[in-house]
Design a protein around this ligand. Structure first.
Ligand SMILES: [Zn+2]
Length: 670
């Protein structure tokens, strides 16, 4: 056991350490009355600041959770250090040499006392060593590292600014260097810098380009290492320091030490995907850029950023911009963080560079302005989520639009802030090209469905946002959600062949148009000589919406009118013109009773009935075509660039379609 720190020294450390400066490393403070500063509490999750610091008294207190104390307890609690480690750390900042009571200088092999500071010291020395190797022009192995940086537009000055270094290929150069500086084997293995092998200590990182990963206070606590050589025995493109007592990957953001000032003052954080992207962003003037280190962006990262952003309920929301390249995994990660936290979601933005370039590539192809433009042009995460969702559907068909609205509705319904919903409903209506009320109805429906689902309790408990279900895990590739398709009513049509179910979807008989189709086919099959041949040519299989009905009608129209044939012979001709999968439907329609009263004299339905069915089926097509044209027209109106020629053409087409409808009705009335 190493010695206790001299009590006088402890008092001096406490006296000389500014609580204001130390707290500011974690929390953004602003004046709140005489002698008091306020910020978001680092010990509990809050949106209105109740964390108070009184620099003159050297104390802090949170009115929200009751945490309070002095500078020592603050560092102990926020950095998870022992008392001794805390004093050593603060003394290190002040440049003070500590005296130890019993046992002289601290025992180097004791992992308890001062362990953290020793591990940080080892990293500082390692960073200097790696940086010197990279800058050493006489070193052949570092040449590849310098070339890597140069190819990405970084010179020696930018490498030095970010502390980039190079791990020699040798095997134990760092281990020997650190041992010579007095670090023990235990310290070096515990720090994750070296490991023990059969021939002694060897370097963890070999022949790789290294970025020092610093904690929020600027102390290096780990490294990110990029593969450079093809014969690297580790296949991973990036290796990061494993979890150590001082390095927790879920709680570090690369570049945060450099970015925190800009994040606090501009109230904007930019999440990029890699070390070179952070460098490129900062060098381009996007100073609030950070990246996660070998892990997905998560809830802990949100907490860290929120404190710096001063993300308080009574202020305009801060902005968090995610830059995505073509990597679907990165998008999925951001989406996940997005659904964890509603307030976070409403202030999250997404920037996708043209051609899927990352900020580093963008800086090389388009310069600093292009990188700044990428961040400035970011769209709200909600918009990104909805547009990604509706982008999976064919908006030129009525069915595609309905499915798109159904898929997007839960996202809008998931917005906690109800005041925002009408605005998003209106936007989605514009993007899909439908009436606002149609979207609003789906949003209400999604809300009711949510209320019935077993997960509703979890969703409304405040922890899980209900939007999760609707967030795509990747863009554009997934199949449309099957939840959007209505199930047919049980017992309406029982397919008698297994293959039918596999090849033809069951017609949805809740749809009145599908009902009309069915009745028309029933009438044609059961009373073949009732049909007017002119109608059989005016109505085409394409006028039917249900695929099974299309197939049946094609067979009926193909067989023509019976003209002397017996009903049985005609039926045989119809069946011959239909695929095997259609036969069960044919049989069913030929015998299912019609929902109308038959004429007692003729024993068949009245003529008007058949004409009205033909009219309705044909009119259905015209109505859909009108809706398609209207939708295209609406989307043109909300598009960034007007297209007057196309608008005019669509207007003419609409006129023509309305004339056709009028003519059809006229014909049906005769
Ligand atoms: Zn608190």
């Amino acid at each position: 056991m190493a010695g206790r720190i001299n009590a006088e020294d402890v008092a001096t450390v406490k006296e000389r350490s500014s609580i204001e400066d130390i707290v500011r490393e974690h929390v953004t403070l602003r004046p709140a009355g005489i002698g008091t500063l306020k910020g978001l509490c680092p010990f509990h999750d809050e949106k209105t600041p109740s964390f108070n610091v009184r620099p003159s008294l050297g104390t802090y207190h949170c009115f929200g959770c009751g945490e309070g104390g002095d500078v020592i307890s603050f560092v102990q609690k926020t950095e998870h250090l022992t008392f001794t480690e805390t004093i050593e750390r603060l003394a290190g900042k002040l440049g003070m040499e500590l005296r130890y009571e019993d046992g002289g200088p601290r025992g180097r092999d004791d992992v308890g006392t001062g362990r953290r500071q020793r591990l940080l010291d080892a990293h500082r020395v390692a960073e200097e060593f790696y940086g010197a190797v990279l800058a050493d022009m006489s070193r052949v192995d570092a040449r590849a590292g310098r070339a890597f940086l140069r190819e990405r537009g970084f010179n020696g000055a930018s490498a030095a600014q970010f502390g980039v270094g190079f791990a020699p290929r040798g095997g134990d150069e760092l281990a020997r260097h650190l041992r010579a500086k007095g670090f023990t084997e235990d310290e070096l293995t515990l720090a994750g810098l070296c490991a023990r092998g059969s021939r002694g200590l060897y370097d963890k990182f070999r022949g790789r380009l290294l970025w020092p990963i610093r904690d929020i206070t600027g102390s290096t606590a780990g490294f990110g290492a990029r593969r450079i050589f093809d014969d690297d025995r580790m296949p991973a493109k990036y290796l990061n320091t494993a979890e150590t007592p001082i390095y927790k990957k879920s709680q570090v953001l690369y570049g945060l030490d450099l970015a925190k000032k800009a994040i606090a003052s501009e109230r904007e954080a930019v999440i990029v995907e890699g070390y070179t992207d952070v460098m490129a962003a900062h060098l381009s003037g996007v100073n609030g850029a950070v990246a996660t280190c070998g892990t997905a962006f998560g809830v802990d990262h949100i907490k860290i950023l929120r404190r710096i952003l001063r993300d308080e309920a009574d202020r305009a929301p801060a902005r968090v911009v995610f830059t995505f390249d073509g990597d679907a995994a990165g998008q999925a990660a951001a989406m996940k963080a997005f659904k964890e936290d509603q307030r976070w979601a409403s202030q999250s933005y997404v920037a996708v560079a043209p051609g899927g370039q990352d900020p580093c590539e963008l800086r090389q192809s388009g310069g600093d302005l292009a990188v700044r433009g990428l961040v400035a042009d970011a769209v709200p995460m909600f918009e990104f989520a909805v547009r990604t969702t509706i982008g999976r559907f064919d908006l030129d068909t009525a069915e595609g639009r309905v499915l798109a609205i159904r898929a997007a509705a839960p996202i809008i319904g998931g917005i906690r802030d109800r005041a925002l919903r009408p605005e998003y409903t209106r936007l989605v209506a514009g993007w899909v090209g439908v009436e606002v009320e149609q979207v609003a109805a789906e949003v209400r429906r999604a809300g009711r469905a949510e209320g019935r689902s077993p997960t509703a309790a979890a969703a409304s408990s405040g922890t899980a946002a209900p939007l999760g279900s609707a967030i795509p895990s990747s863009t554009g590739t997934g199949p449309p959600p099957s939840a959007g398709f209505p199930d047919p009513e049980p017992g309406s049509i029982e397919p008698s062949a297994e293959e039918l179910a596999a090849t033809l979807p069951r017609p949805d008989l809740r749809d009145p148009v599908v009902q009309a189709e069915r009745q028309l086919l029933q009438t044609l099959l059961q009373f073949p000589d009732a049909a007017d041949p002119a109608w059989l040519t005016a109505v085409t299989p394409g006028d039917f919406t249900a695929p099974a009905h299309q197939a049946v009608y094609a067979a009926v129209a193909g067989a023509g009118v019976p003209a002397g044939r017996s009903t049985a012979a005609w039926h045989a001709a119809v069946a011959e013109g239909a695929a095997a999968a259609v036969h069960p439907v044919l049989t069913e329609l030929a015998v299912a009773p019609l929902p109308v009263v038959l004429d007692p004299l003729t024993g068949r339905p009245g003529e008007r009935y058949l004409v009205s069915l033909f009219t309705r089926v044909r009119e259905g097509t015209l109505t859909r075509q009108i809706a398609d044209a209207m939708s295209q027209l609406r989307r043109l109106e909300t598009a960034a660039e007007p297209d007057p020629e196309r608008s005019r053409a669509l207007g003419l087409r609409l006129q023509q379609l309305h004339l056709e409808v009028a003519a059809l009705r006229d014909r049906g009335d005769r």
